[in-house]
Ligand binder design. Structure first.
Ligand code: FES
Ligand SMILES: [Fe+2]
Length: 414
């Protein structure tokens, strides 16, 4: 991130902290709860946002080396993502050209050849049909036209993008725009190593899952015994980039830049996190040497249910530091969220702790609220909820998705 941008963000956060104020959008909005329930809205979202929209499926570290692969079933298209022997990223329909069986079953692994479990047709990780058993019995098949069905796939600045339709339009410059594309590139996401994934399926609309990442108002309340201990909240810098946005909140030590030349200010020190919302369903928390990617998906058959996939990524240096600490006995294993927030246990945060802190807070606190919100929405008697002046990321997200779906705009309170 440009130093000028870092300084601008940190200055605004310092102002808010000093004045004891949060961001102020100057407007509140009413949000109809039907958007979390209505099957027609859900059907349109599924069609427009998930089946016919570019999808960020992971970071380059998910396909670490030639032969790496992963399978994805989150957005209606069974997907096989591979890195071929030349290091090229591909996305295929995970379906055999003989009679359609899924050729790769595991979530991730290493394979150069995928053999279909049904009749053992085999495909290379570049998608070529390479072998048909008993071919003389089966009859002639032109192998050159019966490779796996390839989907548009682009690896760009450490991000893996696909389009779920073979003829889909995938233009990352157009999708992200500037300055967002360059800013994301500045985090060197391509150097990070995959460090684990947690899947959470709960009874809340996918937008309620997303809403939990839309303000810092709740940190010291809902998360008072967990995340709130290390992130004060109640301050927020927001910048919109078309349909996407970035939001940043202060770290407890932001005050240390007072009197320090601006050229030395470091957003990774002064912020608790830098969060990018990428339309429609991605939260990317981009750090200096670790990142977290949250992908949120509706259940296409139930507007009140969703699945979040939370991926952790670390730099090799961070992994090596943990291994060294483990070797010299200074590493403390974290076994629960409580100990994760205990300063004694955080002296050397283990990688497992980083993941534990984040995922347990989401599952047991944020999404629990989301399930309660979903119940109220489904009841139908609570017609709308209110987004405050201190919750502008929610304004932006909900305005955007409504606009794309051709729904009525959010109504201002007052
Ligand atoms: S369905 Fe795959 S080999 Fe027959
Ligand atoms: Fe939260």
């Amino acid at each position: 991130m440009h130093q000028d941008t870092q300084v601008e963000i940190l200055k605004e956060l310092m102002r808010q902290v000093n004045e004891g104020k949060n961001i102020d959008a100057g407007v509140q909005y009413k949000m109809p709860t039907s958007a979390y329930v209505c099957p027609d809205v859900a059907a349109k979202e599924w069609e427009l946002f998930f089946q016919n929209h570019p999808q960020l499926i992971g970071l380059s570290g998910d396909l670490a080396e030639p032969g790496s692969f992963m399978t994805i079933d989150d957005f209606g298209t069974p997907l096989l993502a591979t890195r071929d022997r030349d290091g090229v990223f591909h996305a295929f329909l995970n379906a055999c050209r003989h009679r359609g069986v899924r050729i790769a079953q595991e979530e991730r692994g290493r394979k150069n050849v995928f053999t279909c479990p049904f009749h053992s047709w085999s495909y290379s990780n570049a998608g070529d049909l390479v072998a048909i058993p008993d071919e003389d019995h089966f009859g002639p098949i032109d192998k050159s036209c019966n490779g796996l069905i390839e989907l548009p796939a682009v690896e760009r600045d450490g991000l893996l993008w696909v389009h779920p339709k073979p003829d889909g339009h995938l233009d990352i410059d157009e999708l992200l725009g500037q300055p967002l594309a360059d800013e994301l590139a500045s985090f060197n996401l391509g150097n990070l190593v995959h460090g684990g994934v947690k899947t959470i399926t709960m009874d809340l609309n996918w937008k309620l899952a997303n809403d939990t990442f839309g303000e810092t108002y709740h940190f010291a309340k809902l998360h008072k015994n967990t995340l709130g201990k290390i992130i004060p909240g109640n301050n927020l810098h927001l910048e919109e980039f078309g349909r996407h946005h970035r939001f940043v909140t202060a770290s407890p030590v932001i005050g240390q830049f007072k009197g320090v030349p601006e050229s030395e200010w470091d957003i990774h020190v002064g912020s608790a996190f830098i969060l990018y919302y990428l339309f429609p369903n991605i939260t990317l928390i981009a750090g200096k040497d670790n990142s977290i990617l949250v992908k949120m998906y509706p259940d296409p058959n139930n507007s009140g249910r969703s699945t979040s996939q939370i991926f952790a990524y670390y730099s090799q240096e961070m992994i090596d530091a943990e291994a060294a600490a483990r070797a010299d006995g200074t590493l403390k294993e974290v076994v629960s969220a409580d100990t994760a927030y205990d300063p004694e246990y955080r002296s050397i945060p283990t990688l497992a702790a980083t993941m534990e802190i984040f995922t347990s807070t989401i599952e047991q606190e944020d999404y629990l609220m989301g399930e309660l919100q979903q119940k109220s929405a489904q009841n139908g008697l609570l017609e709308y909820v209110t987004f405050g002046r201190n919750e502008p990321p929610l304004h932006h997200f909900h305005k955007t998705f409504r606009e794309v779906l051709g729904m009525s705009p959010l109504e201002e309170v007052g």
